[in-house]
Design a protein around this ligand. Structure first.
Ligand SMILES: NC(=O)c1ccc[n+]([C@@H]2O[C@H](COP(=O)([O-])OP(=O)(O)OC[C@H]3O[C@@H](n4cnc5c(N)ncnc54)[C@H](O)[C@@H]3O)[C@@H](O)[C@H]2O)c1
Length: 379
């Protein structure tokens, strides 16, 4: 089949990292970088020049109007995602969306329905269940190897990750990207950006959540970015309790600082053992490719780096480039369009995770435990 024309929406940090993958020869023969848009017109132009993208716009509607754009990858701030995914689907484009594709369960359901109705492919990051260690943890728990599972914990903390990103420290338009939106409503906060990885893996492994309760608020009201004070109103301190049914519970967090779990991995506690990060009963998890991950960890000093090497599209050309997992999600979309190969990264699963986050905020503001209507399989 002819190449798929891809439009890139937003030319910021993640877009630039993923573009480094998309210009590699194994991708270039399958994907045309057709257009990019960013309201910072200079950034769109500079990114187009740097990565050889055919056209640049500062208006998203112009990108959508391009017939040569068959699919879009959305890399704008999260508060724009719902409308942008919706408009892309209405313009008959296939969509990859960076996490999260919407901020409420109702919005996410609408997108899932729209994609199905219009027979369009929608791949929402993060594709956590593509990772072999998560598939293995599911199998181990399902086989009863750690006995009866009683509870789990997962989550993530912002720290100063976004303020410190390399792409935000420079003086030109590609490297002076302001991260303030990460700390503001709507769409800001660690749940939509980071805990979403942990919740996607947790629900991929344990299945659907039936009830959610939570406490949530904004603990840090001001942050500093390059000498400028940024006021913050997005919740940055959320703790939630999740009910999986039959008295199996989990605790999940999205905080400004402090972690009790490793990376985005969860800890799982059963009557005959436990899985903590990438270990089971204190020994490294023995999943296919674990030896590669351990070797990569020893070389890089980062215990999680090699995990991405096990993703289906990560070959030698991609191993030294950043954000391999986001590139993988884009390629899930490309395979689905080009080969009709459905991706296991589904809008239904993403909708369930967004529903959990949305329910946590509602539970906190109302003081009422929320009952969910979505599942991992059905939005
Ligand atoms: N930064 C990371 O480490 C990282 C990693 C994985 C995924 N993500 C996800 O990628 C998405 C983008 O994050 P980022 O860190 O690249 O943000 P960013 O702030 O670095 O860049 C966002 C870009 O979008 C542009 N933009 C603003 N409004 C827009 C609009 N209406 N339409 C199109 N573009 C618009 C901005 O001008 C900017 O260039 C988020 O969903 C985030 O969660 C980020």
């Amino acid at each position: 089949m002819s190449k798929i024309g891809l439009g890139i929406v937003g030319g910021g940090t993640i877009a630039q990292r993923v573009l480094r993958h998309l210009v590699q020869p194994d991708v270039a023969k399958r994907v045309s970088l057709t257009a990019i848009c960013d309201p910072v017109a200079e950034r769109a132009r500079a990114a187009a020049e740097k990565f050889g993208i055919a056209r640049c716009f500062n208006d998203y509607q112009e990108l959508l109007a391009c017939d040569e754009v068959n699919a879009v990858t959305i890399a704008s701030p999260i508060n724009f995602h719902f409308q942008q995914v919706r408009q892309a689907l209405l313009a008959s484009k296939h969509v990859h969306c960076n996490k999260t594709m919407a901020t409420t369960g109702a919005e996410a359901k609408e997108l899932t329905r729209l994609a199905r109705e219009r027979n369009l492919r929608l791949v929402p990051s993060p594709g956590e269940m593509l990772r072999p260690h998560n598939q293995y943890i599911k199998e181990v728990i399902d086989r009863g190897e750690i006995g009866a599972l009683c509870w789990a914990v997962c989550g993530a903390a912002f720290g100063t990750y976004h303020e410190d990103e390399r792409e935000r420290q420079g003086n030109d338009v590609l490297t002076n990207i302001d991260p303030s939106w990460y700390f503001r409503k709507p769409g800001g906060g660690p749940l939509y950006d980071m805990t979403v990885y942990s919740l996607t893996a947790l629900t991929g492994i344990l299945g659907s959540v039936s009830r959610v309760t939570a406490l949530s608020g904004t603990r840090i009201k001001e942050r500093e970015f390059r000498g400028k004070m940024v006021s913050c109103d997005a919740d940055d301190n959320t703790v939630m309790l999740l009910d999986f049914g039959e008295n199996l519970f989990a605790f999940a967090y999205g905080t400004a600082t402090g972690r009790v779990t490793q990376g985005f991995s969860g800890n799982y506690f059963g009557t005959r053992g436990s899985i903590v990060g990438l270990t089971m009963n204190g020994q490294p998890l023995d999943y296919p490719g674990a030896d590669i991950v351990q070797r990569a960890a020893r070389v890089s000093g980062d215990p999680t780096v090699g995990n991405q090497w096990l993703l289906p599209h990560i070959n030698e050309l991609h191993r030294d480039l950043p954000e391999q997992h986001v590139f993988e999600d884009v390629m899930q979309l490309i395979d689905w369009i080009a080969e009709g190969k459905p991706s296991p990264v589904t809008p239904e699963h993403a909708t369930h995770v967004i529903d959990i986050i949305d329910a946590a905020y509602r539970a906190s503001s109302t003081g009422q435990t929320q009952v969910l209507g979505t599942t991992v399989e059905a939005a």
